[in-house]
Design a protein around this ligand. Structure first.
Ligand code: PGA
Length: 242
């Protein structure tokens, strides 16, 4: 498994259902990676493009956006952890809010997927975050507590798992919590369980070149999960270079 504690910052590009071969070729030829090798840049293309990416990139790490909770068997359309391992994938986003909301993924499923990933030396990037309604009701901490308690497996530790805090209302909206809110919530997550003390905790939700530096300068923020801005090569270069 990749040594998470050898990196100071993580930048994870979540391409969602975007990108094709032409886009990938352009991205690879235009991106410039940080000289600072303590920054870990992870690209998560669609599963279909993982193979192509793994053959064409040397300097990035590869991540999947989802994985089956099942090892193998009669599960039409699913993608197994073993298939991801075959393609030199090191990371996998798990429990993204789009998976939770659109595909009704539950904490227990997310937990199982993470267990399988860890067993196979892939790092789950486990996403948690409240909806706007939950924020407005003032129950953000309760929601996070429940997600953290049930989706992060017992076998998780700071060397094999990353947590991503993504307020659902900040994803793809251009809205972000204030810097103080991000600070307080990340501290809440870190202190929620003694074992999270040394975990890498990423922030995600409308991260851009002009806010990434401030966000990642916070003591309890160890990097960013980036959606929309990771599809613009110039913008993404600025994000990872700064
Ligand atoms: P966004 O997406 O950067 O476009 O807000 C983040 C995510 O969905 O992980």
């Amino acid at each position: 498994m990749i040594k998470l504690d050898s990196f100071s910052l993580f930048f994870v590009a979540n391409w969602k259902l975007n990108g094709n071969f032409k886009f990938i070729d352009q991205f690879i030829s235009n991106i410039s990676l940080p000289r600072d090798k303590s920054k870990c840049v992870v690209i998560c293309p669609t599963s279909i493009h993982l193979d192509y990416m793994s053959k064409n990139i040397n300097d990035f790490y590869l991540g999947a956006q989802n994985v089956s909770q099942h090892k193998d068997g009669a599960y039409t359309g699913e993608i197994s952890v073993n298939s991801l391992s075959d393609l030199n994938v090191n990371f996998c986003i798990v429990g993204h809010s789009e998976r939770r909301q659109i595909f009704y993924e539950k904490n227990e499923e997310i937990n199982l997927k993470s267990v399988n990933l860890i067993k196979n030396n892939l790092v789950p990037i486990i996403c948690v975050g409240e909806t706007l309604q939950e924020k407005e009701k003032g129950i953000t901490n309760e929601i996070l507590e429940e997600q953290l308690k049930n989706s992060i497996p017992i076998s998780s530790n700071f060397q094999n798992t990353i947590i991503a805090y993504e307020p659902v209302w900040a994803i793809g909206t251009g809205l972000t919590p204030t810097i103080e809110e991000i600070d307080v919530t990340h501290q809440f997550i870190r202190e929620h369980n003694v074992k999270f003390n040394k975990f890498k905790i990423l922030y995600g939700g409308s991260v851009k070149a002009d806010n990434v530096k401030l966000i990642t300068s916070l003591l309890n923020v160890d990097g960013a999960l980036i959606g929309g801005a990771s599809l613009k090569t110039d913008e993404f270069t600025k994000i990872i270079q700064d």
